[in-house]
Design a protein around this ligand. Structure first.
Ligand code: ADP
Ligand code: ASP
Ligand code: MG
Length: 407
């Protein structure tokens, strides 16, 4: 008898019919002789609608974070009850648990909390009593009982963390595509499903826009050695196995292409080229809990320089606000300017460690397609450029072709 954690995302539980489909799949897994914990997301669109409702009642003010989490957690709470009810109606023993009820403890950073501990005794007891456990994704509680949520896409993290905590034999992430593809199949229809991918590649893809997995969940899987499979809830095709890298994985130079839209470039100009300047700037940005990427500093010729970074376009106002006291401190002539309409394009592959010339090939292919590169950053297994947002789909197709990813 195996212990299996399954996670069903928003589209997989998006309608009552889809919830019944999920309930049937869970039941089949149980009937095949397994114990099952099924993590479910909010029905598709629900989390976004809850955020809109919060905006409507708060106007110009930011919703209080504590209440935001109380609100957001209701999306998943609806789905657990409906899924458990559906199984009960099929004559099966199933019990729903919120994150808090399942013993998922987090820090107190509302709307992007980190899991600090899981006490799975209650889950084990329910399983030992013959129940299927239906667990709410995306949520937990602080040690003093406040409801928290784990950041967008956080049900992936719930599934992987629970799989680690109960030492599950299998962790399956069910979604609306057959697995992880060489690029988002909605953008590049020729994209191919990847059979096997290393944690590092999946992590780089997830953190550069491949939203099929939440990047923090992949980080967690890597840290605790949780092998998992991404597969479809709508068929029985084998999916993509995400695991520790193997020797044979190195032979593929580029595993996939990621894209991320809605970025903005923030440039701070005229700053003195002195030790401590960057520290002040990014200290202020990080204190505002903003995720910055692709930091570029120009060479200084006259003792002053420009520093640019990218953020999500919705975070520009927050970044400008966080920077304003620092700018005053940095002296006269320092200015800040933001430009949106930018997107990021990344190529990812562990084979890059042992192959040179990938950057040159990438830049050449983009130039042949008449696509201008604005910023560049690299890591050991990833190269990212920014391009105009209206060219990103074309740029992704060009990359996919240039590296022969369609096979
Ligand atoms: P869920 O609701 O199941 O969590 P998500 O919407 O978070 O699903 O993720 C699935 C979506 O991710 C797919 O529908 C697909 O459009 C998108 N996606 C982006 N890049 C990729 C990729 N490289 N491979 C597969 N899916 C991708
Ligand atoms: N419902 C949450 C979201 O939309 C969590 C998830 O689906 O994983 O981000
Ligand atoms: Mg998701």
């Amino acid at each position: 008898m195996s212990l299996i954690v399954q996670k069903y995302g928003g589209t997989s539980v998006g309608t009552p019919e889809r919830i019944l489909n999920v309930a049937k799949r869970i039941l089949e897994t149980k009937k095949a002789g397994n114990r099952v914990v099924a993590v479910v997301s909010a029905m598709s669109g629900v989390t976004n609608r809850l955020i809109e409702l919060a905006d409507k009642v708060t106007g110009e003010a930011e919703p209080t974070e504590r209440e935001m989490d109380v609100l957001l957690a209701t999306g998943e709470q609806t789905t657990i009850a409906l899924t458990a009810m559906a199984l009960n109606a099929m004559g099966e023993k199933a019990v729903s648990l919120t994150g808090a009820q399942a013993g998922i403890e987090t820090d107190g950073v509302h709307t992007k909390a980190r899991i600090s501990n899981i006490s799975p005794e209650g889950v084990h007891e329910l399983l030992n009593d013959g129940n299927i456990v239906i667990l709410a994704g995306f949520q937990g509680k602080t040690p003093d009982g406040k409801i928290t949520t784990l950041g967008r896409g956080g049900s992936d993290l719930t599934a992987i963390a629970m799989a680690a905590a109960i030492d599950a034999d299998l962790c399956q992430i069910y979604t609306d595509v057959d697995g992880v593809y060489t690029c988002d199949p909605r953008v590049v229809p020729e994209a191919r499903k990847i059979d096997e991918i290393s944690y590092d590649e999946m992590l780089e893809m997830a953190s550069s826009g491949t939203k099929v997995m939440q990047s923090r969940s992949v980080e967690f899987a890597k840290k605790f050695g949780v092998t998992f499979e991404v597969r479809s809830s709508l068929n029985n095709n084998p999916g993509t196995i995400v695991r520790e890298e193997t020797m044979s994985m190195e032979s593929v130079v580029i595993r996939g292409v990621s894209l991320e839209r809605a970025q903005a470039k923030v440039t701070i100009s005229g700053v003195n080229d002195l030790p401590g300047t960057a520290g002040k700037i990014f200290g202020a940005v990080s204190d505002a809990n903003l995720i910055v990427d692709m930091i570029v500093q120009n060479v200084s010729q006259t003792g002053t320089t420009d520093i640019s970074f990218t953020v999500h376009k919705d975070d520009v106002a927050k970044a400008e606000k966080a920077l304003s006291p620092v700018l005053a401190e940095l002296g006269d002539g320092v200015g800040v300017e933001a430009q949106d309409g930018i997107a990021k394009l990344s190529v990812v592959g562990i084979g890059m460690r042992s192959h040179s010339g990938v950057a040159a090939e990438m830049f050449q292919a983009l130039s042949e397609a008449g696509i201008n590169i604005k910023m560049i950053s690299t890591s050991e297994i990833k190269i990212t450029v920014t391009v105009a947002e209206d060219q990103i789909d074309e740029a992704a197709k060009v990359m996919h072709d240039a590296f022969g990813l369609a096979g």
